[in-house]
Write a protein that binds this ligand. Structure first.
Ligand code: CIR
Length: 279
């Protein structure tokens, strides 16, 4: 079968490898979390819509409990006060089965998060590879399925970063496919999430780019685009709370859906996938 973009159909390697996990790494949100990046800059601590660090920590604790209830052993790293966005550990690394890749987050205020997470990766993985520069890649732009890694070019992930990461992944036996993230979307996975090895939840806008031509796509309901950043963890699908129509779609398709409140992370453009590294 040929994809609409002309490429060969990816070959599934291990069924379920993209959502069967035993461990996760998370980092507690710091007290400076209100200074986290967001598209519309506001004066941190002066805006009613800033995240509240205490409420963020509560929601983060519930997130950790949910990961544990899905069967994961969770390593909780301490806060990093110098890095307001450091709760979003996904952007600093890509964790595969036996290998972790330390990425190169593009935002100047986030670059140091990669070095900060490296010791924890070295404790958990036999092999840790540091992505060489000068390109940049944020983990939020990488969607790993059973068959391949889709890497979305975005304001954070550039072509050089893609090329460098793709060559590492190919050496590890993982096909890497470059896709484009529509310019209004922060990260590729802001608008999509894996449901199983062959099924993806995506916003209609991202699905319309045809990047998921080889997959079954379930679209988020109208007005519920913010629910797209779900995560599949073993037998459960975690989705942000408050998106009833999309949740019903997933339940009707047979997924065991669990809603989690992410209102604080959402204030600085974070969601479910960004708050953990799962492997
Ligand atoms: C940022 O702009 O980098 C953070 N405020 C949000 C990062 C969310 N990460 C993700 O979607 N993977």
């Amino acid at each position: 079968m040929t994809r609409k973009d002309g490429g060969a159909r990816p070959v599934p390697i291990h069924r379920g490898r993209s959502y069967r996990f035993t461990r996760a790494i998370v980092r507690k949100p710091c007290s400076n979390v209100a200074k986290g990046l967001r598209a519309t800059a506001v004066g941190a601590n002066e805006c009613a819509d800033n995240p509240d660090p205490i409420e963020f920590a509560r929601q983060h604790d519930a997130y950790i409990d949910a990961l544990k209830s899905a069967g994961l052993a969770v390593t909780v790293l301490p806060t990093l006060e110098d890095f307001p966005d450091s709760v979003f550990v996904e952007d600093a690394a890509l964790c595969l089965r036996d290998t972790a890749i330390v990425l190169r987050p593009a935002a100047p205020t986030r670059m140091g998060e990669a070095a900060a997470i490296t010791p924890a990766l070295k404790r958990a993985f036999a092999t840790v590879i540091e992505l060489p520069g000068p390109g940049t890649v944020d983990g939020g732009d990488i969607l790993v399925t059973d068959a391949e890694a889709l890497i979305g070019l975005s304001a954070r992930t550039d072509a050089k970063g893609f090329d460098t990461l793709a060559s590492i992944l190919v050496d590890l036996g993982i096909a890497a496919r470059r896709v484009d993230t529509p310019s209004h979307i922060l990260h590729f996975k802001t608008d999509c999430g894996l449901l199983d090895g062959q099924t993806i939840l995506a916003t209609p806008q991202l699905a319309a780019t045809n990047c998921f031509a080889d997959y079954t796509v379930i679209e988020t309901a109208a007005g519920e685009e913010a629910s797209a950043n779900c995560i599949r963890v073993n037998d459960k699908v975690f989705i942000s709370a408050g998106y009833r129509a999309t949740t019903e779609r997933l339940s009707a398709a047979g997924f065991a859906v669990v809603e989690l409140v992410t209102s604080q992370a959402a204030k600085i453009e974070g969601g479910l996938s960004c708050m953990s590294l799962r492997f």
